[in-house]
Write a protein that binds this ligand. Sequence first.
Ligand code: KIV
Length: 269
Amino acid sequence: MKKESKKISVITSYDYSIASLCDKAGIDILLVGDSAGMVMLGYENTIPVTMEQMCIFTESVSRARKNSVVVADLPFMSYQSSFSDAIENSGRLIKAGADAVKLEGGLPMVETISAIVEVGIPVMGHIGLQPQTTMLSDGYKVQGKTEESAVKLIEDAKALEEAGVFSIVLEMVTQDVAKIISDIVKIPTIGIGAGNYCDGQVLVVQDLLGMYDKIKPKFVKRYMNLSEDIVKAVENYKKDVESGSFPAPENWFTMDENEFKKLRDKIGN
Ligand code: KIV
């Protein structure tokens, strides 16, 4: 994937209905993120997410897409323990319909990435805040605030490019460092909380639709407040059920008049 003047739009998707709409809206990449663990499954973080769950989400999204590229996350401990695990699990996501996989980590992941790329599976990198690991040690912190951490991020990005990733997600990285990385590497950078010099942007779909209230990081832009609309719609449905105004004639089915008469005669009703 070469850098182009048009920025790349990426949205997370986990299910058929939302993925169809994002594909219809012309989104470039549908990312089946392991953030599904939080926004779809209600876990506190992404650690418990399994390969089985990721395969189901990936199948649903890939059935929905017509034009978008589908990238699926390798969940925690599906690629860290051996190259063969990494290759096998990447293969499972590809068989579930993904075009590429994404994994978290910089320099320590270089050999794993090369091993996956060598079998022909495209890999997207992910550095900066890495929810599967930095969240455990460091908490939810902006990365690249000091010279030392900036140099590490730049080295990570260069190493990932050399290992063969086709793109790199920069999560919660200072705008300054994201710009340097985006200038240095030839592959596109996709930012989330990394400013506007990245070659593309990604947001969690529930965040941009205003459907997930547990946390609202500074980098999220809500394009609507769908939770409010959903609660209102469901309250109205409940009222209609309780008052008997739903269902109405347009929502139900009737027997043919003659058949109904025959039935009544037969059962004496
Ligand atoms: O899982 C996810 O949603 C992600 C994005 C935040 C990039 O990895």
